[in-house]
Design a protein around this ligand. Structure first.
Ligand code: AMP
Length: 470
């Protein structure tokens, strides 16, 4: 991993880079052999930077603010020490009273909740701790049964958890550790009132961990309200993408974007690169249209957006994972929390309206140390959005001129490119590392959006039953 980690104790303001990540191994954390065994079975050899820096603090009982995107290994960074800390409560007793909720992880979406719960199940599988997930949009009965049976680690989306609390099925009075995962996303989705209601029900004597891709002023306010002298751990630059992601912008007119994608995939084939990619669009309609258009162009494409039924989404995602689909066209909400390891390429068919969404989108690639390409197709009307993204990331993105037609093309001049001028190898040669870009001062103000909750994969419904994988 090449990500830099800066760790600042906010109570002292002292930056601490004294522990070189390379020297840390999982054995150094002193985790119980049952946890260590599960980690080894996952094939993890060395901790990722966020794990190396966070786990000791969580074990020591500190509150923590972790600036880390999905893909950096942040889930294990909090789940492993949580299991260690509550292991003393593990009981083989069947009595629900012996299995109160000790750790609560709140996530913005059902997909992320399921993903975290799968991790918790894997890492705790050699212990007597129980983990389960609850989220909305599915029948409550099965969840009620599981909650009544008792579980120590609960992963939940806020709305559904409040439903269970309202019907007295979930009780948070013995929660010792609270995690707010993708906290920025929860705020964007309008969950703040729900979070406040839930946190008020958790004992004040607790440990609180907050993870967020970015530290916006809203996130800092949330942390001030609910965290006590937190240690701050950052992976890569704040508000920056993982440096395993090679980013490039192509100025392409809106009418040419679809053809550009075809060219990109053709070029990847010629270069022996995987054609698998996620293509982000801003609207459901645009998502469906693009997917159909790509299929007409001979690309195996599938769409995931809010109008698709849960069953359709699952089929599409499974087809994507199996390789039957090579281009997954998705809207932000539908893609949130999907765990697709080693995604080689993310294409932004258009830029998102919120710069923070851009960071989330490209966080689908370059995960856990692998490298990935993040390609943005930008037309003239999106210039302001590009400026916002560059401000948030504090860097200029590498704008690649097309090799033919107008080699001196720049952002201000090459916004309209006729398909006829795109010749192979076109604009998708293996990307060299971006030239270091000048810093841009100031941070973009994130736009606040309210969006619905994404249904989870129904095939994972079975996992509601406690996630024990003995
Ligand atoms: P996350 O950021 O938690 O979504 O993790 C991203 C991916 O990294 C997941 O597929 C994890 O299984 C994987 N991962 C987490 N920790 C490690 C590690 N120490 N070594 C290798 N892979 C890891």
């Amino acid at each position: 991993m090449t990500n830099t980690v800066t760790e600042i104790n906010t109570s002292t303001g002292v930056a601490d880079d004294s522990t070189p990540e390379a020297t840390i191994t999982f054995a150094d954390f002193g985790l119980d052999p049952k946890i260590q065994k599960a980690v080894s079975e996952q094939g993890y050899i060395t901790p990722t930077p966020i794990q190396a820096k966070s786990i000791p603090h969580v074990l020591a009982g500190s509150d923590l603010m972790g600036a880390a995107q999905t893909g950096t290994g942040k889930t294990a960074a909090f789940v492993l020490p949580i299991i260690q800390k509550i292991l003393r409560h593990a009981s083989s007793s069947a009595s629900p009273a012996r299995h109160p909720i000790r750790a609560l992880v709140l996530t913005p979406t059902r997909e992320l909740a399921v993903q975290v719960a799968e991790n918790a199940a894997n890492y705790s599988k050699h212990t007597d701790l129980r983990a389960a997930v609850v989220y909305g949009g599915v029948d409550m009965k099965e969840q009620v049964m599981i909650l009544r049976g008792g579980i120590e680690i609960l992963i939940a989306t806020p709305g559904r958890l409040l439903d269970h609390i309202g019907s007295k099925v979930a009780n948070l009075s013995q929660v010792e550790i609270l995690v707010l995962d993708e906290a920025d996303r929860m705020l964007d989705m309008g969950f703040l009132p729900d979070l406040q209601r839930i946190i008020d029900l958790i004992p004040a004597q607790r440990q609180t961990l907050l993870f967020s891709a970015t530290f916006s002023p809203e996130i800092k306010r949330l942390a001030q309200s609910y965290l006590r002298t937190p240690v701050t751990v950052e992976v890569a630059r704040q508000n920056a993408a993982a440096d395993t992601v090679k980013q490039v912008v192509h100025m392409v007119s809106s009418a040419d974007k679809q053809r550009a994608i075809v060219k990109i995939l053709e070029a990847r084939t010629r270069q022996g690169l995987s054609r698998q990619c996620i293509i982000f669009t801003n609207s459901r309609l645009g998502c469906a249209r693009l997917s159909r258009a790509l299929e007409r162009d001979g690309i195996k494409a599938g769409a995931i957006h809010g109008d698709k039924s849960q069953g359709e989404r699952t089929l599409t995602l499974d087809a994507f994972k199996s390789g039957a689909i090579e281009a997954l066209v998705a809207t932000d909400v539908a893609a949130r929390g999907l765990d697709i390891p080693d995604m080689p390429c993310v294409i932004n068919h258009e830029l998102p309206f919120s710069a923070e969404d851009f960071i989330h989108r490209i966080g689908r690639t370059g995960r856990a140390g692998s490298t990935g390409d993040a390609i943005a197709l930008v037309d003239a009307s999106e210039k302001r959005l590009l400026d916002d993204i560059e401000k948030l990331m504090k860097r200029k993105l590498d704008v690649r001129p097309l090799p033919e037609g107008n080699p001196t093309a720049s952002r201000s001049t090459s916004t309209q490119v006729s398909p006829g001028k795109m010749s192979d190898p076109f604009f998708y040669q293996p990307y060299e590392p971006s030239t270091p870009a000048p810093a841009v001062d100031g941070a973009a103000k994130p736009e606040v959006k309210k969006v619905g909750i994404v249904p989870a994969k129904p095939t994972l419904g079975a996992l509601l039953g406690g996630f024990k994988k003995k």
